[in-house]
Design a protein around this ligand. Structure first.
Ligand code: NAG
Length: 336
């Protein structure tokens, strides 16, 4: 009798799908996701692995992991700028047309910020981005003005565009704008730059600086979003802002883009400050994650930044619905 009752309960549980409940609690993680400091995180999923690169200042490092929320403190050096360049900022690793490329801002060895320009590196291996990268050269529009934080938009039927943060000229060093230009290969721009956004809204300004930087492309449900960072990266108000383009319109026509200028889409909480410079990988179940840097001390500045992640959802119109950044005390489900 007792056995029969147990068997019936087990059958009922099966029918209800209760057996699918995990036998052990789901693994969790807490932020930050990389020990030690870090800024400008960029995560690429390639094959069944994840690869992280971030700002080190003197070289480019790539770290491999099986999970997008678990990273070793130190990555593999794939490019050493010593003796050739200074202030190596915000590398991005892309796999385009069968090869790995890293887009990175570097300046002269004296560290003079006014000399920052974008450079492109090409991976020697077409399967393993922790192998060495070679310098291809500078990537610039004909104006050759100051440029950082370059990224690639692959649009429509595969056309490539470079999008970056730049000065209008060397005589306007307090404002960073977003620009776009056409590419005719993953290593070359073949047209003039077009101004996409100016740091005009008050919340995109810190003191006398207006900052639009860290542009990143996020494609979802056939829509193309451009998520960028705004306000001073050294302040607690650093945040993410939003614009986009739809219906296959020409991205080189600035008026074809819509802009959300009245508010940020991801900003500080009472636990986590200065959040920005994000990238947007998916876990193996297709759950979207925002990988960004932030700080626990609102006044810590650049040295207080660490690399963090959190899952997010989607709004009815297909746009990302970013969460409020949790503190380092909160346990989150480990990404699949
Ligand atoms: C740049 O190259 C692309 C791809 O080859 C080409 O379609 C486009 O017309 C070129 N643009 C200019 C301004 O030359």
């Amino acid at each position: 009798m007792f056995f029969l009752r147990t068997a019936l309960l087990a059958l009922a549980a099966l029918a209800l799908g209760v057996h699918a409940a995990p036998l052990v609690p789901r693994a969790t993680f807490k932020n930050p996701i990389k020990p030690g400091g870090g800024a400008d995180p960029w995560v690429l999923k390639y094959g069944d692995s994840y690869y992280l690169t971030y700002t080190t200042g003197g070289d480019v490092r790539v770290t491999k992991s099986s999970n997008l929320a678990q990273w070793a403190q130190t990555g593999t050096q794939v490019f050493n700028a010593a003796g050739r360049f200074g202030s190596v900022w915000a590398p991005e690793l892309h796999f385009i047309q069968g090869a790995f490329y890293i887009y990175v801002a570097m300046t002269t060895t004296d560290g003079n910020n006014a000399n920052h320009r974008m450079y492109v590196l090409k991976g020697r291996s077409t399967t393993d981005p922790t192998q060495p990268f070679d310098l291809v050269g500078q990537i610039t529009s004909p104006d050759n003005e100051w440029a950082i934080d370059g990224t690639v938009l692959i649009y429509g039927n595969g056309r490539l565009y470079f999008i970056w943060s730049g000065w209008s000229s060397g005589s306007d060093q307090l404002n960073q704008y977003l620009y776009i230009a056409p590419m005719d290969s993953p290593t070359h721009i073949n047209g003039s730059r077009v101004l996409l956004h100016s740091p005009t809204p008050a919340w995109q300004r810190s003191g006398s600086n207006g900052v639009n930087e860290g542009p990143e492309i996020l494609v979802h449900n056939g829509r193309t979003f451009l998520v960028y960072s705004a306000a001073g990266s050294w302040t607690q108000d650093y945040c993410l802002a939003f614009m986009g383009i739809d219906d296959g319109k020409d991205p080189l026509v600035a008026s074809n883009w819509w802009r959300l200028d009245d508010r940020p889409v991801f900003w500080k909480s009472d636990k986590t400050f200065g959040v920005g410079h994000a990238s947007f990988p998916y876990d193996r179940n297709g759950v979207p994650y925002i990988v960004y840097h932030g700080m626990s001390d609102p006044n810590a500045g650049w040295d207080g930044r660490t690399i963090r992640t959190q899952s997010y959802g989607w709004n009815a119109d297909g746009s990302p619905a970013f969460p409020s950044p949790v503190g380092t005390d909160v346990s989150l489900n480990l990404p699949a």
